[in-house]
Design a protein around this ligand. Structure first.
Ligand SMILES: Cc1cc2nc3c(=O)[nH]c(=O)nc-3n(C[C@H](O)[C@H](O)[C@H](O)COP(=O)(O)OP(=O)(O)OC[C@H]3O[C@@H](n4cnc5c(N)ncnc54)[C@H](O)[C@@H]3O)c2cc1C
Length: 350
């Protein structure tokens, strides 16, 4: 059975940042990713200033292969109705925020971490004994179950985490879920492509409805509480884009969906148990309007710091991690309050 200091489930930005921090401290690290890499991730792919600074500090310049056209977005344009908007510039005075494909950016990050990576291989179960953790992973390619042993386990699984569900089924049961849906069409529209557009009127979605342009594709989507029908919102929103913003839809290139939960807007963080830590969205780190890369990177780095310090000094990683993330948790929670004020309503009423 193979042994590692740390196994990380998930190769998104939180997993990659945790891996990078741990490898830098000389620890043996395995990243398990259930999808084949580079994997598609539903996202607007905007790298905000904080994410860019952390990326450059720990990983280097974002490779040109990750950028799309337009390469930078000048800001977010929030529409209070179909005629009135207010602009919020990204990166004041700078060239704006990088506009990227998550598949390329995330894959580059995790490769740069220097950790061993097993893709197409999902963590399916684990057992935390006093001395070590035993994991089971399922390799999809050859339908093989792999046993792995480690000292620490990190869940970087995103909003839906099998690790969190096993650690605390009661907490999991208390969560409320929403569905997000996003279309990618060839075509054109009159909406300014160098802005990310947010439509705040509740008739277009229960969080907000968004629009951006990536490599000529018209990318737009919306969200609704799970169990509620998302289609009527999407139809109404598409009608708005067509009638008021001259959206012309050509071939549909992709449609995608995902689920998220109410951990972040309600400040319900779940940081871990014993030698299992949760980072990124699995732990509840997601800012208002769905910006989550910055806190994924930060929490991943904090988890790495907490684990490496604990190994060196025989300390308690979870206590250290809880302490290190205090400010980030506060900022994330505050962002939802500020977001609600800006939108003039509760942003995720689920
Ligand atoms: C529509 C939409 C638009 C968004 N736009 C932006 C944006 O423009 N900018 C921004 O900053 N944020 C954006 N976000 C938020 C951002 O995408 C997330 O907050 C961020 O990806 C969280 O990173 P993570 O590492 O925690 O999880 P993820 O990026 O979700 O990565 C989790 C990984 O874990 C893998 N995994 C899950 N379970 C297992 C398992 N058991 N074993 C192995 N692997 C597993 C998954 O396949 C996945 O690759 C957006 C989100 C949505 C839904």
């Amino acid at each position: 059975m193979k042994e590692y200091d740390v196994v990380i489930a998930g190769s998104g930005p939180s997993g990659a940042a945790a891996a990078k921090g741990l490898v830098n401290e000389g620890l043996s690290v395995l990243v398990l990713e259930k999808k084949r890499l580079p994997r598609y991730k539903i996202c607007s792919g905007i790298i905000f200033k904080k994410s860019q600074d952390i990326t450059e500090k720990y990983f280097g310049e974002i490779p040109t292969s990750a950028y799309v056209t337009p390469e930078h977005l000048r800001g977010v344009r929030f529409w209070s109705d179909d005629e009135n908007y207010k602009d919020y510039p990204f990166n004041k005075g700078g060239i704006g925020a990088p506009n990227i494909w998550r598949s390329e950016y995330d894959y580059w990050l995790v490769k740069k971490s220097g950790a061993e990576i097993k893709d197409y291989c999902a963590l399916t179960d684990f057992n935390d004994t006093d001395d070590y953790i035993l994991l089971k992973a399922h390799h999809n390619l050859n339908d093989e179950v792999i046993d792995i042993k480690c000292k620490y386990l990190i869940s970087a699984e995103g909003g839906k985490s099998v690790i969190r569900a096993k650690l605390d089924p009661e907490f999991e049961k208390s969560l409320k879920w929403f569905t997000a849906y996003q279309n990618y069409y060839e075509g054109s529209s009159s909406l300014e492509p160098e802005f990310y557009h947010g439509f705040l009127e509740p008739q277009y979605g229960e969080v907000y409805a968004w629009f951006s342009v990536k490599d000529g594709l018209q990318v737009f989507g919306t969200a609704a509480a799970k169990g509620k029908k998302i289609k009527p919102y999407l139809l109404k929103y598409t009608e708005l884009l067509e009638k008021k913003f001259n959206l012309k839809r050509g071939k549909m290139i992709r449609k995608s969906g995902c689920i998220g939960n109410n951990m972040c807007p309600e400040g319900k963080f779940y940081l871990g148990k014993n030698n299992v830590l949760l980072v990124g969205e699995a732990a509840g780190f997601l800012n208002a309007f769905g910006e989550g890369i910055s806190c994924a990177l930060t929490s991943g780095l904090f988890a790495a710091d907490a684990i490496s310090k604990s190994i060196k000094s025989n300390g308690n990683a979870l206590e250290l991690y809880t302490d290190l993330t205090k400010r980030e948790r506060k900022q994330t929670t505050t962002s939802w309050r500020l977001g609600a004020r800006l939108a003039g309503r509760d942003l995720m009423p689920i």
